[in-house]
Design a protein around this ligand. Structure first.
Ligand SMILES: CC(C)(COP(=O)(O)OP(=O)(O)OC[C@H]1O[C@@H](n2cnc3c(N)ncnc32)[C@H](O)[C@@H]1OP(=O)(O)O)[C@@H](O)C(=O)NCCC(=O)NCCS
Length: 181
């Protein structure tokens, strides 16, 4: 992926465990995520090894480390997962995770936009989806900023803290994205 105004992107690799662990064990970051925050380094290492082993398989998806241009400051991860890739559908789910000290500066919208541009321009996807916990208003706002449209509500699909909550779903097709450009 190409750099954006303030940010630079590179594929996560086997040297990135420390940052992966920092982000994925942060309770604020993981509060509304599909999975729980890692409690131990051992758990995190298992998750990390799986991600790294899948990074080379482009039929599955990719995770990118995002840094502030011209610095060594790593702020988050932007990713996509291939949901469908067959003669009927080419659909990817996108996601974004940022360390709390960098929230509220427009970075998620910036990195999301770069990912969307890349996935459509390079023909990786014809349709993108994203979803969030019903209380994750910042995440929903990013989907709207990316030009995505609400496609539905997956009722009681997320279990967090012993409570089932709704999942809000958004999507964007390549045709819709082209019209916006
Ligand atoms: C979601 C997340 C990526 C947003 O990152 P960010 O860099 O702060 O996002 P931005 O600054 O680009 O934009 C956030 C927008 O949400 C808005 N927002 C934030 N909290 C909000 C709330 N509680 N209610 C309504 N809007 C809210 C902000 O005002 C901003 O909109 P604006 O630019 O129009 O003012 C970040 O909070 C995060 O990493 N959260 C934890 C991981 C996560 O939940 N990822 C999404 C998984 S689906």
């Amino acid at each position: 992926m190409e750099d954006s105004e303030r940010l630079t992107y590179r594929l996560m690799d086997s040297d990135d465990f420390e940052f992966y662990y920092l982000l994925n064990s942060d309770r604020q970051v993981m509060k509304y995520a599909y999975v729980q925050a890692y409690e131990t380094e051992t758990q995190a290492k298992q998750g990390f090894d799986k991600v790294i082993s899948e990074q080379s398989d482009s039929s599955l998806g990719k995770q990118y480390i995002v840094s502030i241009k011209g610095t060594m400051e790593q702020i988050g991860i932007v990713d996509y997962v291939v949901k469908e890739n067959n003669s009927f559908s080419k659909t990817c789910e996108i996601g974004y995770f940022i360390l709390p000290e960098y929230w509220g500066r427009g970075y998620a919208a910036e990195m999301g936009s770069v990912l969307v541009n890349y996935l459509f321009s390079d023909g990786v996807a014809q349709k993108l989806t994203a979803s969030c916990h019903e209380d994750n208003k910042a995440s929903e706002k990013i989907m709207i900023k990316l030009g995505m449209k609400k496609s539905g509500v997956n009722e009681r699909a997320r279990l967090k803290g012993g409570k089932y909550s709704d999942e809000i779903c958004y999507s964007l097709t390549a045709d819709e994205w082209m019209k916006e450009c």
